[in-house]
Design a protein. Structure first.
Length: 194
């Protein structure tokens, strides 16, 4: 008579472990995609806050000049290249001040700029103009003021959002912020089971 010995193997844990290993690549990919989506939301806000801390602009105006594009290796934050009218930097004018007052950077000098005033440009938009007092007057040769004697005027513009993005250490600060955000989000997402 032979004896039979039974061997009972619990395979449920091994099956769960094998299934968990097959799920790892898809979880990592999903975590990377979600982390990138989070960064897509947070990076423009961080750039706007960083710019607004230095320049005397409203958040809405900065946000108008920021665009986020997808690239093959991540995201690209793009700032518009068109200069911003000095009126957007809080310019004010009255006859009593003898010039328009504005400051491009926060905490800058708000004394009146001699010969500056707020007027309507050829495109019917309000602009800050500066008279070039050294050049005197000239006769206009074309346009709606043809034949008139006019002063030389120059519209005043501040830096563009693109120039503000490239200024100083801002690119390095934003890159560091992006890396920290991606790392934190991936750790958070991979640490959870969902």
């Amino acid at each position: 008579m032979s004896r039979y010995t039974s061997l009972n193997v619990e395979l449920e844990g091994a099956l769960q472990a094998a299934q968990g290993l097959s799920d790892v690549p898809s979880r990592i990919l999903r975590a990377q995609q979600r982390a990138l989506a989070t960064l897509r939301k947070r990076l423009p806000v961080q750039a706007r806050r960083d710019i607004q801390a230095e320049y005397n602009l409203k958040a809405r105006r900065i946000a108008q000049g920021l665009r986020l594009r997808n690239a093959s290796d991540g995201l690209v934050l793009v700032g518009s290249a068109r200069g911003i009218n000095a009126l957007q930097f809080g310019a004010t004018w009255s006859r009593r001040m003898k010039g328009a007052r504005f400051t491009i950077k926060r905490g800058g000098d708000r004394s009146p700029h001699e010969g500056a005033f707020i007027g309507t440009g050829l495109n019917n938009n309000p602009l800050v103009f500066v008279r070039d007092l050294r050049r005197g007057k000239h006769r206009v040769t074309e346009g709606r003021n043809k034949g008139r004697m006019k002063e030389y005027l120059t519209a005043v513009y501040g830096p563009s959002v693109g120039q503000m993005l490239k200024h100083g250490r801002r690119p390095e600060r934003l890159a560091e912020f992006a890396l920290r955000t991606l790392q934190a989000e991936q750790q958070r997402l991979l640490g959870s089971k969902s």
